[in-house]
Ligand binder design. Structure first.
Ligand SMILES: *[C@@H]1O[C@H](CO)[C@@H](O)[C@H](O)[C@H]1NC(C)=O
Ligand SMILES: *[C@@H]1O[C@H](CO)[C@@H](O)[C@H](O)[C@H]1NC(C)=O
Ligand SMILES: *[C@@H]1O[C@H](CO)[C@@H](O)[C@H](O)[C@H]1NC(C)=O
Ligand SMILES: *[C@@H]1O[C@H](CO)[C@@H](O)[C@H](O)[C@H]1NC(C)=O
Ligand SMILES: *[C@@H]1O[C@H](CO)[C@@H](O)[C@H](O)[C@H]1NC(C)=O
Ligand SMILES: *[C@@H]1O[C@H](CO)[C@@H](O)[C@H](O)[C@H]1NC(C)=O
Ligand SMILES: *[C@@H]1O[C@H](CO)[C@@H](O)[C@H](O)[C@H]1NC(C)=O
Length: 323
């Protein structure tokens, strides 16, 4: 008996050690609950479907993510200072750029210095610079600019993008120092790269032959992952690799949904350490949010539906600093 007990204890100890080696899958971000006057900051554990809300912020201070003009809340994470930047309109439609402590969720500062809508935000983790894609007063003319994090002012305009309708889709490469954008020209999607080094400049524009839902750049492998609906199998939502030269998907990486009731939304996150792409999904009836996630190396896919939660997601990021 005793020897069995000993083996059992050893087994438990070993399996606990193994379990601890698997890093938990956690997405940090901003969420909504039933209180319409506040925005919740916290995290979601994918393995347990548990939310951990650490603070709630007043929409009169940080703006209301419900009133954003584009489908995705501009949000970016700075791992050097452990803060996030977000942009949302206040009740007078004025853009508020907020700096939020990414541990406590406390509001550090807000800026109202950008008069036009901020479409997306990207933080360069190595150069420690904040960039924004901003509307101008002219339709189909947008700016890519560096934002001074001390006062929220435009520090330098790096590129003006003409004759293109902006979309919420963007990503960033801190090694090549490029801001990637998805735009629309003559009803067609155009993939744009803007330099953030030297004098800036629109480096290239490439027409693409599919309709993207979201995109995330992996700067460790120089791969742009993108989600889309397969045009031949309309119910299938996939994740693939965008090849600019080809102007489309060069490799299908995995399937996010094969169910017409499960809609893949534009909200996504990428864990560059674990190589997991997270995409938000919505079940149309009954209405539930969920997450489909794919290991981009093995194509292994998994999914959770959050049927018991009072929270909805506004924005996600993975808290990491991968060199
Ligand atoms: C919730 O988040 C806080 C702040 O990040 C952390 O200290 C705490 O351990 C978390 N709790 C759980 C149950 O994960
Ligand atoms: C609008 O926001 C201001 C603070 O910026 C607040 O004092 C005011 O009550 C808000 N108005 C409404 C209608 O919520
Ligand atoms: C963020 O909050 C944590 C926990 O309260 C604190 O230790 C840290 O100094 C804060 N960081 C900033 C940049 O305010
Ligand atoms: C802006 O671009 C969109 C998409 O190409 C086009 O439909 C629209 O007419 C353009 N508007 C102006 C004012 O050029
Ligand atoms: C953008 O930067 C690359 C080098 O990273 C350079 O070759 C290219 O000429 C630059 N483009 C513009 C428009 O300045
Ligand atoms: C679309 O689906 C078809 C049939 O399943 C498949 O052969 C094709 O590779 C898919 N295309 C993309 C771009 O996902
Ligand atoms: C991208 O597409 C071009 C043109 O088809 C091809 O030559 C190139 O090898 C592709 N690159 C990758 C990384 O698949």
């Amino acid at each position: 008996m005793k020897i069995y007990l000993l083996f059992f204890i050893i087994f438990v100890v070993i399996s606990n050690c193994l379990a601890e080696q698997d890093s938990p899958r956690i997405l940090h971000g901003l969420f909504s609950d039933s209180d319409q006057t506040h925005v919740c900051y916290g995290s979601l554990n994918i393995d347990t479907s548990q939310f951990n809300i650490t603070n709630s912020l007043n929409i009169n201070d940080v703006g209301n993510p419900k009133n954003i003009k584009y489908p995705l809340l501009p949000l970016t994470y700075d791992p050097n200072n452990d803060v996030i930047y977000m942009a949302a309109p206040n009740n007078e439609s004025k853009t508020i750029l907020s700096v939020i402590n990414a541990t406590s969720g406390n509001l550090i500062s807000t800026f109202k210095s950008i008069s036009n809508t901020i479409i997306s935000l990207q933080f360069d983790i190595f150069q420690k610079q904040l960039f924004a894609h901003i509307e101008t007063v002219n339709e189909n003319v947008t700016l890519l600019a560096e934002i001074d994090t001390n006062n929220g002012n435009i520090k330098e305009v790096l590129g003006t993008i003409q004759d293109s309708k902006p979309t919420h889709m963007s990503s960033y490469c801190p090694i090549c120092r490029k801001y990637f954008l998805m735009m629309i020209e003559d009803q067609q999607f155009v993939y744009v790269g803007v330099n953030t080094s030297n004098q800036g400049g629109v480096d290239w524009k490439a027409k693409i032959n599919y309709s993207p839902i979201s995109m995330k750049f992996d700067y460790k492998t120089f791969t742009m992952y993108t989600t889309y609906i397969n045009v031949t199998e309309r119910v299938v939502s996939s994740i693939g690799i965008l090849n600019r030269t080809l102007g489309g998907i060069s490799k299908v990486v995995g399937i996010l949904s094969e169910d017409p009731e499960l809609i893949v939304t534009s909200l996504s996150a990428f864990d560059i350490g674990e190589k997991i792409f997270y995409a938000s999904i919505q079940l149309s009836w009954p209405h539930y949010e969920g997450i489909s996630y794919v290991d981009v190396d093995t194509s292994q896919a998994d999914r959770i539906l959050l049927t018991k939660t009072q929270y909805n997601s506004y924005g996600w990021f993975v808290k990491q600093f991968v060199h």
